[in-house]
Design a binder for this molecule. Structure first.
Ligand code: UDP
Length: 151
């Protein structure tokens, strides 16, 4: 099992799509291991997106991610990082394939509703940034053998 970090960005909260998007992840078989709503400060936003510092869209991205509350969570499942990334779709909502979250709900390169860690290493870094260890909860899901190979 693998964990990945997701962020329902401020546009997802404002558009009241959090429940609908979370339902997709749960329907896929992913387990919610952590979830909270918070207002992001600039320092945290800049740390999360540090790899993009200096790029032309960076300041706008920090304005966006700090522009309203987000819901941040940890999902767990087999190949969770890759599964979530494929469910998100391409970064630019106008180019994202139909059937993906961004393809179905976003028409923007910036306001693309949801973040998902891009590697297991990023997931570990991001989980440590957003959650205290005790906020990420281990528990068994009954009937996992009906969802995952080898569970
Ligand atoms: N972004 C943007 N303009 C761009 C590229 C990215 O505003 O030209 C924003 C967008 O919200 C994206 C985030 O910056 O989700 C991080 O970019 P990344 O390339 O890591 O995309 P992701 O991994 O989220 O698909």
């Amino acid at each position: 099992m693998q964990k990945t970090l997701i962020i329902f960005k401020p546009d997802a909260v404002q558009r009241r799509l959090v429940g609908e998007i979370l339902a997709r992840f749960e329907s896929k078989g992913l387990r919610v291991a952590a979830l909270k709503l918070l207002q992001v400060g600039r320092a945290l936003g800049e740390k999360h997106y540090a790899e993009h510092a200096g790029k032309p869209f960076f300041e706008g991205l920090i304005d966006f991610i700090t522009g309203g509350p987000v819901v941040v969570g940890v999902l767990e499942g087999n190949e969770a990082v890759a599964v979530v990334r494929s469910m998100l779709g391409a970064t630019n909502g106008t180019a994202a394939a139909p059937g993906t979250i961004r393809g179905d709900f976003s028409s923007s390169k910036q306001n693309n509703l949801i973040h998902g860690s891009d590697s297991p290493e990023s997931a570990a870094r991001e989980m440590a940034l957003w959650f205290k260890p005790e906020e990420v909860v281990e528990y068994a899901i009954a009937g996992s053998q009906w969802v995952f190979d080898g569970a």
